[in-house]
Design a protein around this ligand. Sequence first.
Ligand code: GLC
Length: 559
Amino acid sequence: MTEAVDGAHETVVWKVEPHSSVAEADDFDRSSRQLDRPRFKIERRLSFEERSLSDLSITGNLRPVDSYGSMHSFGAVPTPTSPDWSPFELPPMVDEAWDALRKSVVFFRGQPVGTVAAVDHASGEVLNYDQVFVRDFVPSALAFLMTGEHEIVRNFLLKTIHLQSLEKKIDQFKLGEGVMPASFKVNNNPTRKTETLMADFGESAIGRVAPVDSGFWWIILLRAYTKSTGDLSLSETPECQNGMRLILSLCLSEGFDTFPTLLCADGCSMIDRRMGVYGYPIEIQALFFMALRCALAMLKSDAKGKEFMERIMKRLHALGYHMRRYFWLDFQQLNDIYRYKTEEYSHTAVNKFNVIPDSIPDWIFDFMPCRGGYFVGNVSPARVDFRWFALGNCIAILSSLATPEQSDAIMDLIEERWEELVGEMPLKISYPALEGHEWRIVTGCDPKNTRWSYHNGGSWPVLLWLLTAACIKTGRPQIARRAIELAENRLSKDGWPEYYDGKLGRYVGKQARKLQTWSIAAYLVAKMLLEDPSHLGMISLEEDKVKAPPMKRPASWTA
Ligand code: GLC
């Protein structure tokens, strides 16, 4: 782990001054009291128009219309008026969840800076579950933002961007400047009364993989904070502007790539172990797309910012086109691929990536409904991973990477394949599970990722917030309500596990932590989103009319 620092390149150790302890204790108290009570209320939310590609000319004047003025403007986001949006009753589970979430808060020098991954005292091995993970904190942050508790989110964003400026090394190899940590923890030295932050950029992680998703989640969260508070002072600080640019330079750099998608190692995101997701995993591509759009809305149009905005716009066009065209699968596309010719040469090729029809797995023919579709797990030369991954598909809806038709089709698929994808506990992280020989080859015999467990077809309650947000965005709250009911049958009773096992997700995961913070926070976020759908604006981006080429039906692989 790398030790830190607050805004400086060398290690800085903070001393907790004895005379300040009363004030700090007070602060402590105040912040924990603030975190104590959820405030459920329907309020007018900020509405700021996203900076649209149509507002910007790549060659011309880059001063966007986004205008910070409009970020300040208040306006009610329309709340659906259908009978589905009935007043919400809060079960005791909600109070229990808030208590648990509050207990997971991590303090640094008296200030709340994040939430620990799990507060599972019963579990023998702590591993790294005592740390604040960037990705795990997102649902916690959203829950706090939704109740007006912004301080913890602001602190988290600032602390993590300071960690970014550390020098990161794995053995003798230096990582890119913009890499964001997967997680961090507060190190206490009771004798010296000092506290330091220790960050992990992958150098302590199992498999030694740097997290690609952390930087994207950071940008997405910065926008959620800005949107929710209307406070531009954070995103406009030189630290945040520079932090964004560093993250972006890592993923916008030109090289040998022939695709606009981002090439990744296995295990660089929520699925942080070998699961055959290397290449161009949907989770990263969807987060990449969303982070680019969020950054576009927040970058200042100064000389440096403008240059990045131009690069972002070009990439968004290409990435959107590529994903909607080549990652999209529905009954028609599947049939087209099934009939593909191979070994085609030149730009007239229909089967551009030389997918061999014999490589299509058997399960997909039965799984694919007539109604519905989804973004496949991965596409690269002669390799299509047909598996379904929940996170990437939900983020595709939220970021409007998916066209409205595609978003509807994804929701149709979830409905049509409810038993497989939701079962008794929302939501399968991936479908189907890898078994037998395939499991041995693809996961390297990973005993944690056995079939229908953990990342390999396990069910993760954290995905509930993403599903709920996607349901609201597509106007199908009843699907979310059904999923939340399922979670309510089990989550509290089972002690808020990290994940469930089995084809239907009926069993508490073999090695699942209890009191897993993001399971708790996701439940709260899902409840609050249903109660007040105007919260959706924090984590959803409207379709950019210019970006999306008009499509009556999802683009064909053969088009
Ligand atoms: C596991 C998960 C990862 C999560 C971490 C902390 O490693 O695979 O996604 O961030 O636990 O909860």
